[in-house]
Design a protein around this ligand. Structure first.
Ligand code: ATP
Length: 276
């Protein structure tokens, strides 16, 4: 475990002293994390992110981004709000209606939900594209390999022959026949600048972000304010349920989702959170 994570464990206000010390300090494999630990999901997340850094798919910045997310999840009681579930269903309907849906994967997403992203792509016919804020060829390749090890077929993002207008060179790179051509994009844990620029290209954006006040969530057509660990499998489950729905039924799911109400419910839950 990293020094940072150790420090965070020591300050865990939810656990009493005995639960905090019961948490394994060094975990080689996630199966060693006790599932009945009250902070199981948080420990699992930390382990996956730390492992992602070790194998070169997650940047050190990703550790910090995860910390910010965890704080919001803590205040949400690490549970999916009804409005986040409605957002996941609307996301599934958007993906099923799309001509060319693409799931954007960065280092945190690859570390946390590689197999779940592959399952979502299969359930919705979406492409998978690696898209990094801190882009290096080495990390791009490592993430693509990691996704293939988890069952992905083609992984886009390595050609980088398209650009997102309005962003500086490295941050603008996408595949012309991937995100460049997509009508619906899922951008989990995305930087606000890029989320805004993608929206300005006219794409329907589905954002997964635990912070309802982040710019990414604010600009999304569908903001899913939930932990990516819960949100991605939830969108897949809704997509499987909606697989035989008519176009009219899918449009109805999309039209009945209220993004403002979902953002407000999430912010209210965080501000008024009951930490019992
Ligand atoms: P913005 O620029 O959009 O205002 P930001 O600068 O906070 O946002 P980053 O720090 O680049 O964005 O991205 C981290 C975001 O990802 C944070 O909003 C954080 O809440 C969210 N996040 C981190 N871990 C998770 C997770 N496991 N599930 C969902 N969201 C997460």
């Amino acid at each position: 475990m990293t020094d940072d994570a150790d420090a965070a464990d020591a300050g865990d206000p939810a656990g009493d002293a005995s639960t905090a010390t019961d948490a394994p300090s060094e975990v080689d494999h996630e199966s060693e994390i006790p599932e009945d630990h009250p902070r199981y999901q948080s420990l699992l997340t930390r382990h996956r992110i730390e492992h992602g850094v070790d194998i070169g798919i997650t940047s050190k910045q990703g550790l910090i981004a995860e910390g910010r997310g965890e704080a919001f999840d803590y205040l949400l009681g690490e549970a999916t709000l009804p409005s986040a579930d409605a957002a996941a269903r609307a996301a599934a309907a958007h993906l099923l209606l799309a001509d060319h849906p693409v799931l954007s994967v960065n280092g945190n997403v690859a570390a946390l939900v590689p197999g779940e992203i592959v399952e979502l792509a299969a359930a919705t016919g979406a492409d998978i594209e690696v898209n990094l804020f801190n882009r290096t060829d080495e990390r791009m390749r490592a993430i693509a390999d990691h996704l293939r090890e988890h069952g992905a077929g083609e992984v886009k993002g390595l050609k980088a022959d398209g650009r997102i207008p309005g962003l500086s060179h490295e941050r603008a790179k996408v595949d012309a026949d991937g995100i460049g051509d997509a009508d619906v994009v899922v951008v989990p844990l995305e930087d606000g600048d890029r989320a805004e620029a993608l929206g300005a290209m006219g794409k329907t954006e589905i954002v997964i972000d635990l912070n309802p006040m982040s710019r990414s969530a604010q600009v999304a057509a569908v903001p899913i304010v939930d932990n990516i660990l819960r949100a991605v499998p939830n969108v897949t489950r809704h997509a499987e349920e909606l697989a035989d729905a008519s176009e009219a039924e899918l449009r109805d799911v999309v039209d009945s989702f209220d993004r403002e109400a979902a953002l407000e419910e999430a912010e209210r839950a965080i501000r008024n959170g009951d930490l019992d």
